[in-house]
Design a protein around this ligand. Structure first.
Ligand code: SAM
Length: 285
């Protein structure tokens, strides 16, 4: 079955009386070039295990199944499960789990399904939960090699921006702490059925063996970063003071002890500088 053929998909969906759910971020890929390219660039091979989030009707799943040893796809919409049974019938190495990815214990899943394999995440994410999913994957420190995902173009730009650049934000720092982020290719709205209002981008997060900076208190580092970027038009001192609820003088003292200008903004600080600043603030409390 050609899962990128508009008419075939329409018939399949009609057979199952399926209506797209906007609230579940259901936009299915119909551009035949996208999924093979995504699967190819994700780095998987015949020894790999793959976790897919949101298989939809299985267009990316099939490309992953052709290249990997085993694919486990997590789909929340139970209406899609019987349909996937048909579209993926020829692939014996695919397992579909009907669950919410944000409520799935991925440590346990990896142990149970992929014992001894190198594991990769590859998915065309539902956009309403892009950041929570990516942060959950990174923060849980599940044992995966990389995360290759399609996200909204603006989200990819923010996550793949250099820390210390104008486009950077708290999510840029968080992503860069755990992974090396790389934009792979853009995908136009017309590549989906139905077409979303936004353009998309495939990006790859290659998981680091260790963070690029060392901080004395990781949780405090992330709280400081979130506070620093919390009010984009304000100086780092104002934002951090408001966000952490500590006196501005304390923050300025820490900023100056690091050798930074008192009026510096968060987006001008590199990863090293943000780490130095959070440690200095912690020491001044
Ligand atoms: N992979 C398919 C493709 O590329 O055509 C479909 C991608 S579509 C953008 C997102 C998919 O994620 C939908 O199938 C949707 O039902 C599913 N989904 C939405 N929320 C989810 C969640 N919390 N956990 C797992 N799957 C979810």
């Amino acid at each position: 079955m050609n899962l990128c053929d508009y008419n075939e998909i329409k018939k399949l969906l009609a057979d199952f009386d399926f209506r797209f759910s906007k609230s579940l971020g259901q936009n299915f890929i119909i551009n035949p070039n996208v999924c093979p390219q995504m699967a190819e660039l994700s780095g998987i091979d015949e020894e790999s295990g793959v976790i897919e989030i949101g298989p939809g009707i299985g267009v990316l799943t099939a490309e992953l199944a052709k290249r990997a040893k085993k694919v486990v796809s997590i789909e929340l919409d139970s209406r899609l499960i019987p349909l996937l049974g048909i579209t993926l019938a020829e692939y014996e190495n695919v397992e579909i789990i009907n669950a919410d990815v944000l409520r799935t214990d991925l440590h346990a899943l990896i142990k149970e399904k992929f014992d001894g394999m190198k594991v990769y995440v590859c998915a065309n994410l539902p956009y309403y939960i892009t950041s929570p999913v990516i942060m959950a994957l990174l923060e849980s420190r599940i044992s995966v090699e990389s995360i290759t995902v399609m996200v909204q173009k603006e989200a990819a730009q923010r996550m793949c921006a250099g820390v210390g650049s104008r486009e950077s934000g708290a999510v840029t720092v968080a992503v860069n702490y755990y992974a090396e982020a790389q934009k792979l290719f853009d995908v136009s709205a017309g590549s989906f059925m139905p077409a979303p209002k936004v353009d998309s981008c495939v990006m790859k997060l290659t998981i680091r063996n260790s963070p690029p900076v060392s901080v004395s208190d990781e949780a405090f580092f992330f709280r400081t970063v979130r506070a620093a970027f919390g009010q984009r038009r304000k100086t780092a001192s104002n934002s951090i003071s408001a966000g952490l609820g500590i006196p501005k003088e304390t923050v300025i003292k820490a900023i100056e002890s690091c050798g930074f200008a008192p009026g510096i903004r968060a987006e001008a600080l590199s990863m090293d500088e943000l780490a130095k600043l959070s440690d200095a603030i912690a020491n001044n409390l």
